[in-house]
Ligand binder design. Structure first.
Ligand SMILES: [Zn+2]
Length: 268
């Protein structure tokens, strides 16, 4: 009887799932302890680079209100826990459905929960960057980002990568703009630029289980959210009431971007 149950496919599958969950939870715990020790020692979270590679203030360049909490929350919270000022530059108001003014206010409320000052959180209402399924001009994005960097003494710039997480053309345009700055030598050598890794669909919705892949895949920086950080990110997303359709409610539970961020360096 016992031997039969041990060879039962359902039992074997359950055993695999249990092992996977325990491995993920243990790994998540270990990484959190390591990150907390880093905060205490004044180090830079799970950076694989020199300490000086991540210094305040940091700028997150996003395309739409809600990108900050749907994709970048672990990074923002991690930087804030290090006592670093974080600025959010949102290149559109998210006005595709005529809700730009509402979404701009929602962004401010979300930023407040994430620990970003209202004065450091800006949504641009700029005709060059309409919310929609078209790419923006990289040079124009670069020009706006460069101006913001100069005006605010930014030392770290973080944005999407060439996959834009969801391949949204506006997200990709943020990357193209920062990439353009790096490629044309318009980023000072003391400014570090990073991009948020896009990942496969099955990883994207694997929640905390993705820690197994995130912690072992190549990256320059890993931000690990604690359960309370995940709650903070979800609370911030709840401020985007105009966007809280059913699938986004599922997203904030299952998306790995609410738990972990892996970043790559854009400039050398
Ligand atoms: Zn977006």
């Amino acid at each position: 009887m016992i031997q039969d149950s041990l060879t039962d496919p359902v039992t074997i599958l359950l055993a695999y799932v249990l092992v996977l969950w325990y491995t993920a939870l243990i790994l998540w715990y270990i990484l959190l302890q390591k990150q907390r020790a880093g905060y205490k020692n004044g180090n830079k979270a799970q950076s694989t680079e020199n300490e000086s590679d991540l210094e305040p203030p940091a700028l997150i360049v996003i395309a739409h209100p809600d990108d900050e909490c749907m994709f970048f929350a672990p990074t923002i919270i991690s930087l804030r826990k290090q006592g670093r000022p974080v600025h959010i530059l949102c290149l559109s108001t998210g006005n595709y459905n005529g809700l730009g003014a509402i979404r701009s206010r929602e962004l401010e409320a979300s930023c407040k929960i994430l620990g970003v000052r209202q004065t450091d959180c800006e949504a641009l209402d700029d005709k060059r960057f309409p919310d929609g399924p078209k790419k923006w001009n990289a040079q124009e994005v670069a020009s706006v980002v460069a101006h913001y960097i100069k005006e605010n003494g930014i030392r770290i710039v973080i944005t999407f990568d060439s996959g834009g997480v969801s391949e949204h053309p506006n997200h990709v345009s943020c990357y193209d703009g920062v990439r353009h700055l790096a490629d044309t030598g318009k980023l000072d050598t003391n400014i570090k630029a990073y991009s948020l890794q896009s990942i496969s669909l099955w990883r994207k919705y694997s929640g905390c289980l993705d820690v197994i892949v995130s912690s072992t895949s190549g990256h320059s920086f890993l931000a690990v959210g604690s359960p309370s950080d995940v709650w903070t990110a979800q609370t911030a997303m709840n401020e985007h009431t105009s966007q809280l359709v059913w699938f986004r409610k599922l997203y904030i539970v299952f998306s790995r971007y609410m738990y972990f961020n892996t970043l790559d360096r854009i400039n050398a």
